[in-house]
Write a protein that binds this ligand. Structure first.
Ligand SMILES: [Zn+2]
Length: 142
């Protein structure tokens, strides 16, 4: 079984920084990873954003959450926070399913690009397939 990728397995340090990253919480690894890739300092926000939460989903075999700015990052049920390295918004709480293992198990038999899962309680899922409408008559038909 190929495990669903979480932040701690996705945002990995170069070998020379492995010891320094060993104590970095999964949600903050994203920020350290972006610093390396973009060669700029990214400060972790200090406070939680109240009244707004993000919904974790599985996208192509990775746990991700979507920032309101349009960015998405790999997240982890082991650290249910999200700080966006793109827009710099504060920490968002992330909603994971009550049974993370069941969500992961539900997509295990799918092909990699079809390993997607959305929380059924998410009122506005970003890219969940919608039931197609009944096809109407095509142009030129009557
Ligand atoms: Zn953002």
């Amino acid at each position: 079984m190929i495990p669903v990728v979480r932040a701690e397995a996705f945002y990995t340090p170069p070998w020379r920084l492995a010891d320094q990253w060993a104590t970095v919480p999964p949600a903050e690894r994203c920020l350290r990873w972006y610093e390396l890739k973009q060669q700029r300092r990214i400060q972790a926000p200090e406070g939680m954003i109240l009244g707004h939460r993000l919904w974790a989903r599985i996208n192509h075999g990775r746990w991700v959450a979507d920032c309101p700015c349009g960015s998405a990052q790999v997240v982890s049920p082991a650290d249910r926070r999200f700080a966006c390295p793109e827009c710099g918004a504060g920490w968002f709480p992330i909603v994971f399913p009550a049974d993370v293992d069941a969500a992961e198990a539900s997509i295990v038999g799918q092909l990699p690009h079809e390993r997607n899962w959305w929380n059924p309680d998410d009122p506005n899922p970003w890219d969940r397939l919608q039931t197609p409408a009944e096809p109407g008559p095509k142009a030129g038909e009557s």
